[in-house]
Design a protein around this ligand. Sequence first.
Ligand code: MAV
Length: 326
Amino acid sequence: SFGRATVAAIAVSVAAALPVSAADLTLRGASLFDENHAYTKTLVKFTELLNEYSDEDIEFDIRLNSELGTEPDFVNFLTQGVAIDFAIIAPSNLARFADALPLMDMPFVFRDLDHWNAVLSSDVFTPLEEELREKADLVIVGYAGGGTRNLISNKEIKNFDDLNGHKMRVMGAPIQAQIFNALTASPSAIAYAEVYNAIQTGVVDGLENESASLAQYKFYEVAPHVTLTKHSITVRPIVFSGKSFAKLSPELQEAIMRAGREAGDYGRQLETVEDAEKLAAMTEAGNIQVHEFEGREKMLEMVIPVQDAYAEELGAAELLEAIRSK
Ligand code: MAV
């Protein structure tokens, strides 16, 4: 993985290494995954739709398999307007620039897929989009996601006794650790690229992730137990660099917003369908053992005060209420 200090240097070498194109404009994207993952397919769909909706001669270049780093690196590139123009980013990886963004998919904020769908087809996230534009110069053009996140561990976790003190990796935004602390686990923020190793070497005993990512990065090789806490249904903004966006014609900007929205719809549909299929396939292949969690209802009660306090501190209590009441 790339340390923060080296990001500028990487940006320069990446830019220098990119081929010169014959098209009028080249737009670059980055994905953590290969071409079969829903995020990559969403980005590809975005470029296809953009070609359809715009008359401009655009060449697209999407770098796969974390070639350009992981999401925190993508965020650095996008805010600076270097190396890439668009990527899919977890809201928790945007927190460093806009601390309210993780409200979008903090654990236990969605009751179920219907609730998640209702929120995403409303304009409830508009204030968060504005905050991200203002503070980080990033434009949300659509929403991918739709994977359900569960606990993934190297030992069985079936109840609160098992969960107590469980060392697990969480994403970097403070609210993630706060939520899992409230559930009595022992969370630590570790870079995504280090997680497999961290489990293998006993730094942590697991993580939480959705099926598509579990399948792709084979975390089950070191952590074969999946506990159906279903604590999060992912919301994954398709983010465009504000610096790149500002250089484009109004027509192209409009085409980007339309293509982004529709690519997001496509991606969410795809991932919600694939999520259960992938879990079943990994079970059948003997890669994972799936467990129910005894007392999931109690988890909800335990995290609500943490969610409330977080929103209160951000002055976003009304926004959280608006999300909950959708
Ligand atoms: C999964 O790979 C994705 O949800 C991705 O967007 C996240 O950044 C990652 O997990 C993670 O947990 O960091």
